[in-house]
Design a protein around this ligand. Sequence first.
Ligand code: PLP
Length: 400
Amino acid sequence: MARVNEEFLNLKNDYLFSKIIEKTNEYKAKNTGIEVKSLGIGDVTLPLVKPVIEAMHKAVDEMSKKETFRGYGLVQGYDFLIEKIIKTEYEKIGVTLDHDEVFIAAGTKGDLAGMVELLSINNTVGLMDPVYPAYRDMNIMMGRDKIVYLKGTEENGFIPELPKEHVDIIYLCSPNNPTGIALNREQLTKWVNYARENHSIIFYDSVYEAFITNENMPHSIYEIEGAKEVAVEFRSYSKIAGFTGVRCSYTVVPKTLNAYTKDNEKISINSLWRRGQSTKFGAASYIVQRAAEAIYTEEGQKEIKENINYYKENAKYIKEELEKAGFKVYGGEDSPYIWLKVPDDMKSWEFFDKLLNEVAVVGTPGVGFGEQGEGFFRLTAFSSKEDTEIAVSRIVKLFK
Ligand code: PLP
């Protein structure tokens, strides 16, 4: 008899987005003449930039000829892309990385899930709350149930305090989805020092790094002294270059990062990751890696920056207009996410229903990102400028 992995049964239904879709569709069916405007999606809407399209076409042509055809790639990724990452992303901020510390992947989600498996299920996990819900689910699927929630509240500016109890694995998402708040140098230093003192590992998710506006914010955890001993950094082309459907990302696993066996023997996470990936991962596709390489050309950089700026302008607009209208609004400066405090002591879902039913605007209830998200609402900058303006004006009018 095939037995199920019962850890999976501990997952709650993917209730948040399915419920949003269900409610929105119900509304649309009843109100056919009204156009719903969504500031709820966490997906990009602008198409791929020209240099990326051209690089993909060229790579497809190469695959069509015997002389230039490529089969299985190296698990770590192609040198041409790894070199560009080290030079363009890291050297400019004073971080040096060795070639064998950067791993190309087909999206950060898969690497976040893979990394969870490298560490024992007996570890205690420190999870920001609110945060990207997949971190929690990935640990639950593994059977890891010792989770300490690191609360991000209005009082602490959504930057959690260091935990009182010991945690072995720490998830930091900066700029954070959903609060839009980024960790500054001082805050990040505290976490790095905590991890060094406690022999903990930090999983640093910075897939929204390109949205950082504030000049003093670190772009990489490796800008903090000692971070290479304690942190894995995840970066993705999804939000910065419109690759959510293309799938390409990279993960930095420093060679100085170790975890320990029961007998306190040091094990290199870099070696363990490489070994695991060579068994489980078939490498990111050649075509997709050529596409990612194209964003490092002069034209590629220019065009992706224009797209990021387009979203940033939307974020600024949402934040400023809602603030003018008297709402309490967080995030939106270093991030495409705006974290709105729900007015009149309403719950997140009540606010969702009110916006949908009274002004046909969709957002994401904050409680879907953790208990601390109750009473908040996430708006995103990924819609068109026109839709963003209409949605914001509808919200403002409703609460006038
Ligand atoms: N990390 C965070 C914080 C995200 O919000 C998302 C996607 O929304 C991901 C990771 C997934 O990124 P990718 O598309 O590279 O898998």
